[in-house]
Design a protein around this ligand. Structure first.
Ligand code: A3P
Length: 294
């Protein structure tokens, strides 16, 4: 069927409905205690969102069952026909609000910076991101048709997908972490040592857990538990937004799945582009700088 084309907002291609909603998003008034979860799409947003909600709900999985994740952690720029926007959902949310966004650093509404809000930024191996994004485009008809995989991969490398270039997104946010309270996490680190990364998150947010809290969080946020949890796996959204029969939102949750789809030539071309665009970039800053300029 028909699918809407992407519409550029300040040069960044966005889902058409998101672009139409943009003027309201730009004027969003943040509160100092808002906590922002930001990623390039398909990098671990949902995982970190559930982890943060568990932290703020005193590690009580039952309390996290009270509503689907998109209502507990509203999606700032979200807009589709006939459903509440992210902004509308946020206007009902009690503080401290957990706010999800995929915006590149230049597009984050300026009030977040004025208010000094903490941001948690997750990145993931862009090859796994590209594969995950391809399947997401297939199942979420608010995106244009992805076309065959080789075509989608080219569009991804050229930044012609929703939210633009992975390279620009990641470089922009990693650079921001030098001067603003941005904690940089990596999907691969969360897979390898989730409790260690949970501790980094807690330190950054200045939170402690009740006894048994870490165990409860790791259980509630395992891939298997989240995939089976209708309050987390987005099956509550209308099929016009996501069609899980095409591809489930929680698909594989693995590191290195790119190897199943990339040809050798595609992997080499990807490497070359990565070297070119990420030259001189060391990787995510390890330590947050909670004080601007620190
Ligand atoms: P795959 O498509 O590779 O399976 P986002 O939430 O940013 O849209 O990212 C979605 C990706 O994160 C999907 O990757 C999804 O399966 C994976 N994911 C979601 N929850 C996860 C979890 N608890 N553990 C590991 N991966 C998870």
């Amino acid at each position: 069927g028909e699918r809407p084309a992407l519409v550029p907002v300040q040069g960044i291609p966005l889902i058409r409905y998101f672009a139409e909603n943009w003027p309201l998003v730009e004027d969003f008034q943040a509160r100092p205690d808002d906590v922002v979860i930001c990623t390039y799409p398909k990098s671990g947003t949902t995982w970190l969102s559930e982890m943060l909600d568990m932290i703020y709900q005193d590690c009580d999985a039952q309390r996290c069952q009270r509503a689907p994740l998109h209502l507990r952690v509203p999606f700032l720029e979200f807009a589709v026909p006939d459903a509440p926007t992210g902004l509308e959902t946020l206007s009902q949310a009690p503080p401290p609000r957990l706010i999800k966004t995929h915006l590149p650093v230049e597009l984050l509404p300026s009030s977040f910076w004025r208010q000094g809000c903490k941001v948690l930024y997750v990145s993931r191996d862009p090859r796994d991101v590209a594969v995950s994004y391809y399947h997401f485009y297939r199942m979420a008809p608010v995106h244009p048709h992805p076309g065959p995989w080789p075509h989608f991969l080219e569009e991804f490398l050229d930044g012609k997908v929703s939210y633009g270039s992975w390279f620009t997104h990641v470089k922009g946010w990693w650079a921001k972490a030098a001067t603003h309270p941005v904690l940089c996490l990596r999907y691969e680190d969360m897979k390898e040592a989730p409790s260690q990364q949970l501790n980094r998150v807690l330190t950054f947010l200045g939170r402690t857990l009740p006894p048994g809290g870490a165990t409860a969080i790791l259980a509630a946020t395992s891939f298997t538990t989240m995939k089976a949890n209708p309050k987390v796996n987005y099956t509550a959204l209308p099929r016009t937004v996501m069609d899980h029969a095409v591809s489930p939102f929680l698909r594989k949750g693995e590191v290195g799945d790119w190897m199943n789809l990339f040809t050798v030539a595609q992997a080499e071309a990807f490497d070359a582009r990565y070297q070119e665009l990420m030259a001189g970039v060391e990787g995510p800053p390890i330590h947050p700088s909670p004080t601007p300029g620190a």
